[in-house]
Design a binder for this molecule. Structure first.
Ligand SMILES: Cc1cc2nc3c(=O)[nH]c(=O)nc-3n(C[C@H](O)[C@H](O)[C@H](O)COP(=O)(O)OP(=O)(O)OC[C@H]3O[C@@H](n4cnc5c(N)ncnc54)[C@H](O)[C@@H]3O)c2cc1C
Length: 389
């Protein structure tokens, strides 16, 4: 398969690249230090249509495909992984959910605000006792009249402290043995009675992608905010993660590329033993290996996105792309810091941030171990979603 970008795709990639390199680069260090994305950056991303890349134009989105989304995420990730993961969750997990499963009213109410960057979306699945085993979650909802009353705690939720709407997965059938079959998804706003924010996570990397707890104490959610069918929310959660994982693969490729770019630049500038580092074969080999692996990770990521756009099965390919690209990313970050020597260990060089940002690509939206489990089940013809229920 040949991945020659057509003119439209080149324009999308170049627009994202220009914004990332010319504008976002001026904020990246500040975003990491202050652990927040400034409102002016959110506004600039909105002007480019990057908060609603795959949202249909009738709802204020750019109406583009999954491949366009990952081209943008890759370019943003080359400069600021905090911004790219905030965008990835918002676009892949929240906007996509509404486009596919939202009622006409839900789409009308939330999509224009999400696509315009007026509100940021969050996806709340993880709980204190339910991470990789997401089907064991215990946050519950009980229907009372025309409302559902939600009780429980969600942790590690990207953008929770700033989100205007969160998709919250809860148990609507109290029989825990039903696992995924008793789970539903709700659109929850911070203004709803009983919605509270818990602790903000103190993280190693992607520090500007603020993440925290959502505490639901008799939180009253209107019945019309049920997203999709009752008790079918787990399928929705897993399907969204298939898209999300391609986004995280793209993020991994972007961070890895930034590490390679930095290593190439530094190795030509720094001289030891009377020569530029780039003249030592040990360094040349590291750089050649990084470039080779990034190329393979990028192709794997593009492949998964293209399968998704063609509406072909892509669960296995999305997991393979995330598994491989996140490993490539972590290796590239490690090698790039090594090539920078002591300087790579200081905040004077962006590779220090890339190294911290890289690690989480192997953890969120399913750890590398979970990607391997899904790939294995898919290879043996066992549907991952139904096997987890
Ligand atoms: C920065 C950040 C942002 C996040 N954002 C979100 C978000 O927006 N929304 C959300 O819902 N969640 C979010 N998460 C949560 C994330 O998805 C979970 O951390 C992840 O799924 C792993 O769950 P856990 O941390 O509970 O680890 P655990 O499930 O406790 O796993 C611990 C270790 O055991 C391994 N393990 C577990 N089960 C198996 C098995 N069967 N076989 C082999 N190994 C296994 C894991 O791979 C891991 O290495 C975020 C996490 C982080 C760090």
């Amino acid at each position: 398969m040949l991945f020659e970008l057509n003119e439209e795709k080149k324009l999308i990639r170049d627009t994202a690249r220009e914004f990332a390199q010319e504008t976002l680069s001026k904020y990246a260090k500040q975003i990491d230090r202050e652990e927040r994305i400034p409102q002016e950056v959110i506004k600039k991303l909105a002007e480019l249509g990057f908060w609603g890349i795959t949202v249909p134009e009738e709802f204020g989105g750019a109406g583009l495909d999954a491949f366009s989304l990952i081209l943008v995420l890759e370019e943003i990730s080359r400069v600021c992984a905090s911004t790219s993961v905030t965008m990835s969750v918002h676009n892949s997990l929240v906007c996509n959910a509404l486009v596919k499963y939202g009622t006409a009213e839900q789409k009308k109410k939330y999509l224009p605000k999400l696509a315009g960057g007026e509100i940021i979306g969050a996806y709340a699945l993880t709980e204190p006792d339910s991470g990789s085993d997401a089907a064991s979650l215990i946050t519950k909802a009980v229907k009372k009249g025309n409302q559902y009353i939600l009780n429980g705690t969600k942790i590690f939720i990207t953008s929770a402290p700033i989100a205007g709407v969160s998709i919250v997965f809860v148990r609507t059938n109290p029989d825990k043995s039903l696992r995924g079959k008793g789970i539903s998804a709700f659109l929850v706003e911070p203004s709803f009675k009983g919605f509270k924010l818990g602790v903000k996570e103190e993280k190693m990397g992607v520090k500007g992608a603020i993440a925290g707890e959502i505490v639901l104490e008799d939180c009253a959610v209107p019945a019309e905010n049920l997203l999709g069918e009752e008790n079918k929310g787990f399928n929705l959660a897993m399907e969204l993660l298939n898209s999300g994982r391609i986004g995280i693969a793209a993020q991994s490729v972007g961070i890895a590329q930034a590490c390679l770019d930095a290593a190439m630049k530094y190795s030509q500038e720094r001289k030891q033993f009377g020569k530029a580092l780039s003249e030592f074969q040990a360094i040349q080999w590291k750089i050649a290996d990084m470039a080779t692996e990034i190329n393979a990770a990028r192709l794997s990521t593009y492949h998964a996105a293209l399968l998704k756009d063609k509406k072909l099965p892509h669960i296995k390919e999305a997991c393979m792309a995330k598994l491989f690209a996140s490993a490539v990313c972590n290796k590239a970050a490690k090698e790039s810091v090594q090539i920078h020597g002591g300087m790579g260990y200081t905040k004077d060089f962006a590779v220090e941030r890339f190294f911290r940002d890289a690690k989480v690509t192997e953890i969120y939206e399913g750890t590398s171990e979970i990607q391997r489990i899904v790939i294995n089940k898919e290879l043996f013809g066992k549907n991952w979603i139904s096997s987890r229920q």
